[in-house]
Unconditional design. Structure first.
Length: 364
C-alpha cells in the first residue's frame, strides 16, 4: 500500500510540474521562435512551441535529484548511474533545441548524439555486457572496447529510432506508456521508481499535446524531446537487461528488442529503404510507418479523424511487440528462437511497408 501511494505521488507531482513548466515556457518559446511552423509536411494550423522535451527533462531531473537527496533508498538506479544519465540527457536536449532553432547539420547531430552515448557509457563504467545465446552457438559476451562500442550504438540507435517515430500528436508518448504499462502488467512487477517519475512528466506533456485542457497551451516534444525519450528508454532497458547497476536482471537482452520493436524495426526499415534508393537515413521524409498508416486511411474519413485512427493503429502495433516478447519470456522460449522471430518480424515489416511505399509515388 505504501509503495502504491509513493508511486501515485511521484506520478502526480511529475505531471503537475510538467504542466506548470509547459505553461511557463510556452510564451518564451514563441518569443524566441522555438516553434514548429506548418508546411507541406506538417499539417497543424498554428505555430506550436517545441518545449515538451525540455519540460519532461527539467521535471524528471529536478524530482529525481530531490529524491537522491531526501530518500535515495527508494530509487532503483544508484546515483553514479543517474548523474551520467542526467548529463547525457541534458546534452541531447540541448542539441535538440539547437536543431529545432537553427536546423543543425546531420554531421553535428550524429557527433553530439555519439558524445552523449559515450558520456553515459564511460560515466557508468559500462565495459562488459552479456547478450545471451542469440544465435544458438553459445552465449555472446562483449568486453572492453567491444562493449563500449555496442553500448554507444544501442543508445545512438534508440535516440534516432524515437526521433523518427515522432510524427503525429501523442504518438511517441502513447507508444512508450502503452508498452511500459503492458509489460509490467503482464509480468506482474512494479516499474522502477525513476521510470514512474518520467512517465508522470510524459503524461503532463501528453495532456498538453493532446489539448486535454484549455488552461495549458499545446506543445510538441521537438527533436529535444524525442531524442531524450529514446535515450531514457535505452538507459532503462540496459538497467533491466543487465546487472551492471547492482540490481538483479529483470529481462534477458533479447526481450529488450521486443520492448522497442516497432520504433527499432521502423528505423532499420527506413534506413535500408533510403540507402537502397540513394537517400540519406537522417533526412526528414514521409516514409515512416505512421505516415504509411495515415495514407492508408480512406479519404472518406474526415480530415481531423484520420490522424486519430493512425495514432490508434500505431499505438496498438507498438504494444504488439512487447506483448509477444513478454509472453515468450514467461513461457521460457529459447533465446535463439526469440531472436529469429524478432528478425523475421522485421523482414515482414520491411517487405510489406516497402511494397506499399513503392506503389504510391506521392510517398516515395
Amino acid at each position: 500500500m505504501l509503495q502504491f501511494v509513493q508511486y501515485g505521488l511521484a506520478w502526480s507531482a511529475a505531471l503537475f510540474v510538467a504542466l506548470a513548466l509547459i505553461k511557463a515556457l510556452a510564451p518564451f518559446a514563441r518569443h524566441i521562435r522555438l516553434v514548429d511552423v506548418p508546411n507541406e509536411r506538417k499539417h497543424h494550423r498554428d505555430d506550436i512551441p517545441l518545449i515538451g522535451g525540455s519540460a519532461v527533462y527539467i521535471t524528471s531531473t529536478a524530482l529525481l535529484l530531490a529524491l537522491c537527496i531526501i530518500v535515495e533508498e527508494i530509487l532503483h538506479l544508484p546515483i553514479p548511474a543517474l548523474l551520467p544519465g542526467f548529463a547525457a540527457g541534458g546534452l541531447l536536449v540541448f542539441v535538440g533545441l539547437l536543431d529545432d532553432l537553427h536546423e543543425l547539420s546531420i554531421r553535428w547531430r550524429v557527433i553530439m548524439t555519439a558524445v552523449a552515448a559515450l558520456i553515459f557509457t564511460f560515466g557508468t563504467g559500462f565495459n562488459q555486457i552479456e547478450l545471451g545465446d542469440l544465435f544458438g552457438q553459445g552465449a555472446v559476451s562483449l568486453q572492453g572496447w567491444q562493449a563500449t562500442a555496442f553500448m554507444t550504438i544501442c543508445i545512438f540507435g534508440m535516440v534516432n529510432a524515437f526521433n523518427m517515430l515522432d510524427g503525429l500528436d501523442g504518438i511517441l508518448g502513447l507508444n512508450l506508456i502503452g508498452s511500459v504499462v503492458l509489460f509490467y502488467t503482464l509480468m506482474g512487477r512494479t516499474p522502477p521508481f525513476e521510470l514512474m517519475v518520467v512517465m508522470g512528466a510524459l503524461s503532463g506533456y501528453l495532456w498538453s499535446n493532446l489539448s486535454l485542457t484549455r488552461h495549458v497551451p499545446k506543445v510538441f516534444l521537438g527533436d529535444s524531446g524525442s531524442m531524450l525519450l529514446g535515450f531514457v528508454v535505452a538507459v532503462f532497458l540496459l538497467a533491466a537487461a543487465t546487472t551492471h547497476f547492482g540490481n538483479s536482471q529483470q529481462i534477458p537482452p533479447v526481450t529488450a528488442l521486443y520492448m522497442v520493436g516497432l520504433p527499432l524495426i521502423d528505423m532499420v526499415t527506413v534506413t535500408l529503404r533510403r540507402m537502397f534508393t540513394g537517400g540519406s537515413p537522417f533526412e526528414p521524409g514521409r516514409d515512416h510507418f505512421h505516415h504509411l498508416v495515415l495514407d492508408m486511411v480512406s479519404d472518406a474519413v474526415p480530415a481531423d479523424t484520420k490522424p486519430r485512427i493512425a495514432i490508434f493503429v500505431v499505438t496498438v502495433m507498438g504494444m504488439v511487440y512487447p506483448a509477444i516478447g513478454t509472453l515468450m519470456l514467461k513461457n521460457a522460449v529459447a533465446t535463439p528462437v526469440q531472436f529469429r522471430i524478432i528478425v523475421g518480424l522485421g523482414i515482414v515489416h520491411l517487405a510489406i511497408t516497402s511494397i506499399y511505399w513503392f506503389r504510391h509515388p506521392k510517398l516515395s
